[in-house]
Design a protein around this ligand. Structure first.
Ligand code: SF4
Ligand code: SF4
Ligand code: SF4
Length: 579
């Protein structure tokens, strides 16, 4: 008993220490990114080629002709770059270069008339690799023609620092494709995607028959497998490291405190079960892992394949849209910024449409199969099992506490935007896919919350999912979802294995004995069920549980498979089993 009290005090001290560490972590481990552009060396190469910037891993190079002036954007305006080779940039350098080449006389459109040509090149270093709420713009007299890359879909075009409204702009992509696009009343053009931008593109504007202006726009080329990509992943690496330290301390502490006592086992007896090793059998779980891995990859790098085709699909999972490379948009961002969303009907309709389609067709199976955040928790759980470390089982009372926490999370999630806050400031998902895709983000408290998610997910499977506000909202559609969990109350022997196995602590799967209609097909789907299929896999009775799609069984409990996976190995000595 003494040990238990001492343990509780130590855990409380440990938790407070973590909170204090988190306060400092915002500036240390999860530091604010300060663009390390000093590493760039700007070279002006006078080789007579068309004006453009090119990136060569960590260095930016300007290929230019004569009559060229190079400018660096600083917080106090455009500063002329006079040196041919620059080792250190102005201290208030804001991350962009522009070069302007004048005095060219050419017939650019082949109409036999020689025009005055002004060529501009502009590059925003790391713009597409990091989140910057304000796009970089010179808007200076020295740079007569400029484009400003606003977000993953649009540019604003400026001529003499004024937006070019309702005018034709010719856009030439890196592969030679030429598009004629028209600016809107704000000077914006859309229809280009991140991949076009990454490859470099040229905008040409002819205000009259005698003058032609063109600008080549280039951002840092693909950074995957470069030092910058690694540096973007650094905070995630730190999170893993801090989580590993916390887990090790926890394991040591528990060994110390409970060495003479049995570890506390919850009412469900999950710990005892965990000792039983399962054998590999190809089936539903294998398919689930394959889909989870594919979804994870697509939600990190998918738009590199598809561009912005799916960017209006607001997938209801925790996938951070600050990763501009992810396949789809994210309902988590929309729902936590309802204050902004309600300002645009177009966005509301796009959001509601895709959200409802996903919710009805898939429901919380998205949690079990697609959400990257669910995946990372499952990886943590598997790591614990591989290391043969005891998990922590929760009893009903603790699950009820988590349900209360979930309501609090929901109120914060939906309401924080209306009181001037930003859920993303402490959202753990920000630490995951943007970092892996190479987007540099300042994590602040989100990094700390991610440590909590990983450590809790390590000891208690899908711990965060038990309090996840997005999962909660998704669960509200369980009645209309096409995927269902069905129970045959006749085949069920009330062994309780399904309850023990369920990562969401759903007791009704075990206790329900009757429902509407046939007792051999009772719908036991609840709003918490993530359709992971764990209960079906652990059920030892043929057909007692099944996951169905449109009423058709796609996975059902199977005694033979259960025996194959969990039956104790036969002892070499006759009559003896290992466990
Ligand atoms: S409940 Fe889990 S799996 Fe579902 S959206 Fe939330 S974090 Fe993702
Ligand atoms: S595991 Fe199967 S047999 Fe056991 S209580 Fe659950 S549904 Fe019934
Ligand atoms: S009830 Fe079954 S399918 Fe649903 S979350 Fe629990 S174990 Fe997974």
């Amino acid at each position: 008993m003494k040990n238990k009290t001492a343990g509780k005090i130590l855990f409380a001290v440990f938790a407070v220490a973590l909170c204090v560490a988190a306060y400092f972590a915002a500036d240390l481990a999860f530091f604010q990114y300060d663009d390390p552009v000093e590493r760039a060396t700007l070279s002006v190469v006078n080789d007579g080629e068309a004006l453009s910037f090119t990136y060569d891993k960590d260095a930016v190079t300007l290929h230019s002709g004569d009559n060229t002036t190079v400018y660096a954007l600083t917080y106090s305006g455009a500063a002329v770059v006079e040196n041919t080779y620059i080792e250190s940039l102005p201290s208030d350098f804001a991350g962009s270069f522009a070069a302007v080449q004048t005095g060219i006389r050419e017939d650019t459109n082949g109409d036999g008339v020689t025009e005055n040509v002004t060529r501009v090149a502009k590059t925003d270093m790391e713009y597409t690799q990091g989140y910057d709420a304000t796009a970089n713009s010179f808007l200076s007299d020295e740079i007569p023609f400029e484009v400003v890359y606003k977000d993953r879909e649009s540019f604003t075009v400026y001529f003499n620092s004024e937006p070019v409204k309702n005018s034709e702009i010719t856009v030439t992509l890196a592969d030679g494709t030429v598009k004629t696009l028209t600016t809107d009343e704000n000077g914006d053009i859309t229809g280009l995607n991140l991949n076009d931008v990454r490859n470099g593109l040229t905008f040409t504007y002819r205000p009259d028959a005698l003058n032609t202006y063109s600008i080549n726009y280039q951002v840092e080329a693909d950074t995957i497998f470069t030092t910058r990509w690694l540096s973007a992943m650094l905070p995630f690496g730190i999170i893993i490291l801090v989580s590993a330290v916390c887990i090790t301390l926890d394991v040591l502490l528990r060994k110390l405190l409970y060495k003479k006592e049995k570890l506390p086992v919850g009412k469900t007896g999950v710990m005892a079960r965990d000792k039983r090793r399962k054998r590999f059998v190809f089936g539903f779980e294998t398919i689930r892992w394959i889909i989870m891995i594919l979804s994870f990859a697509l939600l990190i790098f998918g738009s590199r394949l598809t561009g912005t085709v799916f960017s209006n699909v607001q997938l209801p999972v925790f996938a951070c849209p600050y990763n501009l490379d992810q396949l789809t948009g994210s309902a988590c961002y929309m729902l936590s910024h309802l204050d902004v969303l309600v300002s645009s009907w177009k966005e509301i309709l796009a959001f509601l449409g895709t959200f409802l389609v996903c919710a009805v067709l898939l429901g919380r199976i998205l949690c079990g199969f697609v959400c990257p955040f669910g995946f990372i928790q499952d990886v943590a759980h598997e790591a614990r099992q591989a290391l043969h470390i005891e998990g922590i089982s929760l009893n009903e009372r603790l699950y009820n506490i988590l349900r209360l926490v979930k309501w609090v999370m929901l109120i914060i999630f939906l309401g924080i935007g209306f009181v001037g806050g930003n859920f993303c400031d402490f959202c753990p998902a920000m630490a995951l896919s943007p970092a892996l895709a190479g987007f540099k983000l300042s994590l602040g408290l989100g990094g700390f919350v991610m440590v909590i998610v990983l450590v809790s997910g390590f000891f208690k499977r899908r711990c965060f999912c038990n309090v996840c506000p997005l999962g909660f909202i998704l669960g509200l559609t369980h009645k209309i979802s096409l995927f269902k969990l069905k129970k045959d109350a006749v085949a069920c022997t009330e062994c309780g294995a399904c309850y023990e196995a369920c990562p969401m602590g759903i007791k009704s799967v075990f206790t329900v004995r009757e429902g509407k209609g046939d007792i051999r097909e009772i719908d036991v789907t609840t709003s918490d069920c993530i359709m992971c299929g764990e209960c079906v896999r652990r059920c030892p009775e043929n057909n007692a549980l099944a996951i169905t799609f449109c009423g058709k069984k796609i996975y059902n409990a199977d005694r033979m498979k259960f025996m194959k996976q969990y039956a104790p190995p036969k002892s070499k000595k006759k009559g003896k089993n290992h466990e």
